[in-house]
Design a protein around this ligand. Structure first.
Ligand SMILES: Cc1cc2nc3c(=O)[nH]c(=O)nc-3n(C[C@H](O)[C@H](O)[C@H](O)COP(=O)(O)O)c2cc1C
Ligand code: SF4
Ligand code: SF4
Length: 436
């Protein structure tokens, strides 16, 4: 059986699945049940500074986007950080860590952007015996208007400064949680690295309005007729998160910086993809909120089964394996030619592929052959874009077949070259570097 024990930024856990800082990790009652279900670690719901607890709205705090089968695809929230007393949280953290010493206990923190505020809270968290801290520079709503969360995460200089304060004032590993609400994720990651962070985690939620009520014209969730932007998460944000993780993993300036991958992870496969793109472990929020803590057993089993089937003995065999295959567009092989192929036995003649290809300008799929309704690819027109594969309701009914070296591409009339050739050297590129 594959070994999925994990060490992330020096923090050990029996598996790479942590619960992200959010409602599932906001109290001992939850975290204990999560540990019993098998989660390898948690990042406790973000703690704020000492004083009167924060106040959340008392109306709806979620908005959502669903697929056609009403499965939750995206979740939007306007919840703040913990609204429970700081000392109650600290007591519970200490007790849970004592009772579950083999699980990772990381505490998320967000206090004002002043050194004194960080200096005050760090020893309190350290005293609980927690394994590390995560700096919440990501929350895009409510707290950002108070100069915290993404208001800090959007300014690399602040990230570096606060990270430095934390490193100077605690022995605990410091994980910096990044906001995706920024143009280029490499800059905040580099700033965290420069400040001495032991790791980064990403993504926090994406600023969003999920819908508008067309009767009263209020954005949802509606609080007495008004709405404000929230933070978007769940399966819909996974592609954004994967790209950001990969961007950091392949950036020479942050190479080797551990990354905790977060965003839309629902299955073992999602988790494996994050690991392959350079994440050292993963964190999950929406999937646990939607399906409950027990989903972790499927994640663990699925990951182990896949690793066994592929001969990956430990997570080190998987982590970062896809990073060398992430490149810039200009380096993609332009001599790689594919054509769509329709399996006529599987085709249900719905016609979606024809409409998509016809109206997307390639006109490469018939709807009639010899007076009979039939969907066939016209190789002379097919550019190999694979739109038809993506709109076809029957999985694997349409496949993309690469042409072999020497075969003639009926669209261009040219023979397929076996050589690698990219845009940087293409004759049509006005700024090409001539290959000698
Ligand atoms: C209701 C809710 C509350 C959240 N609260 C926090 C928080 O207090 N601190 C934090 O760092 N992230 C918070 N998050 C963000 C999650 O930790 C996570 O980064 C995000 O949801 C993306 O992961 P997911 O797609 O698995 O949900 C919250 C998310 C949700 C849905
Ligand atoms: S791959 Fe693209 S061009 Fe070819 S048949 Fe499919 S949709 Fe049309
Ligand atoms: S979309 Fe798929 S099932 Fe529908 S006609 Fe095209 S190939 Fe057949």
């Amino acid at each position: 059986m594959a070994d999925i024990t994990n060490t992330f930024a020096g923090i050990k856990s029996p598996n790479p699945f942590w619960l992200a800082s959010a409602p599932p990790t906001d109290k001992a009652y939850n975290v204990e049940r999560a540990f019993r279900a098998g989660w390898g670690g948690v990042v406790w719901k973000t703690l704020g500074e000492e004083g009167p607890p924060l106040v959340n709205v008392n109306g709806p705090r979620y908005g959502a986007i669903w697929g056609a089968d009403r499965r939750l695809l995206g979740l939007n929230n306007i919840e703040l950080i913990t609204d429970r007393d700081l000392y109650v949280n600290l007591r519970e953290i200490k007790q849970v860590k004592k009772d579950w010493p083999d699980r990772a206990m990381v505490v998320s923190i967000m206090v004002p952007c002043e050194e004194a505020a960080w200096k005050a809270i760090l020893p309190l968290v350290e005293e609980t015996g927690a394994d590390g801290i995560e700096l919440n520079f990501g929350c895009p709503h409510g707290m950002s208007e108070r100069g915290m969360g993404s208001a800090v995460g959007q300014v690399p200089e602040y990230i570096e400064m606060v990270t430095r304060w934390c490193k100077a004032n605690t022995r605990m590993p410091v994980i910096v949680k990044l906001t995706p609400n920024i143009t280029d994720i490499r800059f905040p990651a580099r700033a965290a690295h420069a400040g001495g962070a032991d790791a980064v985690s990403l993504i926090n939620t994406v600023s969003s309005i999920t819908s508008v009520n067309l009767d009263n014209f209020s954005p949802e969730p509606s609080i007495d007729g008004k709405g404000s932007h929230g933070g978007y998460c769940g399966p819909a944000v996974k592609p954004i998160a994967l790209n950001m993780v990969a961007e950091i993993a392949r950036d020479a300036e942050t190479r080797g910086l551990p990354i905790s991958g977060i965003g839309g992870i629902t299955t073992w496969r999602d988790a494996a993809e994050f690991l392959a793109l350079g994440a050292g472990n993963v964190q999950v929020c929406t999937a646990a909120m939607t399906y409950g803590f027990k989903i972790v057993s499927e994640m663990i089993e699925g990951l182990q089964n896949w690793m066994d089937a592929k001969g990956h003995a430990s997570l080190d065999d998987v982590i970062g394996r896809a990073v060398p295959n992430v490149t810039d567009w200009q380096y993609l092989n332009l001599n790689y030619v594919t054509k769509a192929k329709i399996d006529q036995d599987m085709c249900i003649s719905c016609g979606r592929c024809h409409i998509a290809c016809e109206d997307t300008s390639h006109q490469a799929i018939t709807q009639e052959v010899d007076g009979v309704r039939r969907f066939e690819v016209i190789d002379e027109e097919c550019v190999g874009c694979n739109l038809c594969v993506n709109v076809c309701p029957v999985e694997n009914c349409i496949t993309m077949e690469p042409l072999a070296t020497g075969e003639t591409d009926k669209r261009t009339g040219e023979k397929v070259s076996g050589d690698y050739g990219n845009w940087t050297e293409h004759p049509n590129n006005p700024s090409r570097v001539a290959a000698e």
